[in-house]
Write a protein that binds this ligand. Structure first.
Ligand code: PLP
Length: 398
């Protein structure tokens, strides 16, 4: 960097943008680094420690052997988009046009920022339920959106319809709904989604849904695709990815389903962000998206077992653990313990002294104080990993 003469030769240009200064590095990824530094079991970052489906891996290997090495169509390889359209129709959506209504992205992460950049103008408000998946904060800042938070209240993480109605105003451009929900494990009911849809229709507001955990459901929970509610097809942008459903978080393949006009805008932001998702992995994705029903039934059964192991372990260790209806996270309240409501101190203590890494609850709230007595554990892990984590916690963290 060349010294800036106007400021007395100091390297004033060697600083990040004001935008970048407004958010911190990901706390979740930081916990992962600390976990590996201290040899702790990583129940912080939500990625599986078990293999991906063999047929999916074989399809990827085959695509590379077939020399599928060059850029795919920027908005997604045709066969991948066609498979997405088949899967969406099959699991409770509707028939979409893969030529005009689907964009393949680098994971749900890129899908969300590409969407916000495509539909939000600086100063537009975006409603976000809180606690929220931590990316939505920086995503709002990067896209120039003004976030407006509406609380989900423990223990069932329901929202007050009046609070929500008050959040809608003339500046509201969109609302983000993540169901099944990270970090709470809540699955939005049809009745709740009806309320949200009603407000979106009344105020002409877009619904951006993050449905990445659509197949990870427990007990009687049912996943409702918001876009299928009356009048919502034209107002909904549905985001999803292969990451969680097929245990390939590192592959970076996600997708967006949206009405054609919105898709046209989204495809432009997507193109200039990443050009496209990895071509051979898009080809492999088409195989996974056509897996038979038994794949999804097994996935669900496996997660029920994992949830029960970790939930029982946390209860045995004396933590007030929430029982999720969906996704693969458990929130635990530790307000009874002597950590003076310092979730970060407690999380660090668990990593360094107990050998289990959680995420401090404050990273899911706009006002960190609101998450100061909560930590989040994830459980996409082998039984042995979860049993060992439970035992370590039972042995003592006080
Ligand atoms: N959305 C939610 C709600 C998540 O929990 C995650 C990952 O934890 C993501 C998006 C990121 O998805 P991807 O890895 O496909 O970018």
């Amino acid at each position: 960097m060349i010294p800036d003469a106007r400021r007395g030769g100091r390297f004033v240009k060697a600083r990040g943008s004001i935008k970048a200064a407004r958010f911190t590095e990901s706390v979740i990824r930081e916990m992962t680094r600390l976990a590996s530094q201290h040899g702790a079991i990583n129940l912080a970052q939500g990625f599986p420690d078990f293999p991906a489906p063999a047929a999916l891996k074989e399809a990827a290997v085959q695509a590379i052997r077939d020399d599928m090495n060059q850029y795919a169509i920027t908005w997604g390889a045709r066969e991948c988009r066609q498979a997405i359209a088949r899967k969406f129709a099959r699991f409770g959506g509707f028939i979409v046009d893969p030529e005009r209504e689907i964009t393949v992205t680098c994971g749900a992460t890129e899908a969300m920022i590409a969407t916000l950049l495509a539909v939000v103008d600086p100063g537009d408000e975006v409603i976000i339920f809180e606690p929220f998946y931590e990316n939505y904060g920086p995503d709002s800042i990067l896209s120039g959106a003004v976030p407006r938070f509406v609380s989900l209240r423990a223990p069932d993480w329901s929202f007050d319809p009046d609070d929500l109605a008050r959040a809608f105003n003339a500046r509201t451009r969109a609302i983000i709904i993540n169901t099944p929900n990270n970090p709470t494990g809540k699955v939005f009911s049809r009745a709740e989604l009806d309320i949200i849809a009603g407000l979106c229709r009344e105020h002409d507001v877009l619904a951006i849904t993050d449905e990445i955990y659509e197949h990870i459901l427990y007990d009687e929970a049912e996943h409702v695709v918001l876009a299928t509610l009356p009048g919502m097809r034209e107002l909904t942008i549905t985001i999803n990815a292969l990451s969680k459903t097929y245990s390939v978080t590192g592959w970076r393949v996600g997708y967006i389903i949206a009405p054609a006009d919105l898709t046209a805008s989204i495809r432009k932001t997507h193109d200039f962000l990443t050009v496209g998702a990895p071509a051979p992995l898009q080809a492999a994705a088409a195989t996974a998206l056509d897996f038979p029903d038994s794949y999804y039934e097994d996935l669900r059964r496996g997660y029920v077992e994992r949830r029960d192991i970790l939930h029982n372990g946390l209860l045995a260790a004396g933590l007030k653990a929430n029982r999720p209806q969906g996704a693969y996270y458990i929130m635990a309240d530790f307000s009874d313990l002597d950590f003076r409501g310092d979730d970060t101190a407690f999380a660090h203590h668990l990593i360094t002294e107990v050998g289990v890494a959680p995420v401090p609850g404050s990273s899911f709230f706009n006002n960190p104080v609101d998450g100061a007595t909560i930590i989040r554990f994830c459980f996409p892990k082998q039984h042995a990993t979860l049993i060992e984590a439970g035992q370590r916690l039972v042995r003592g963290y006080r």
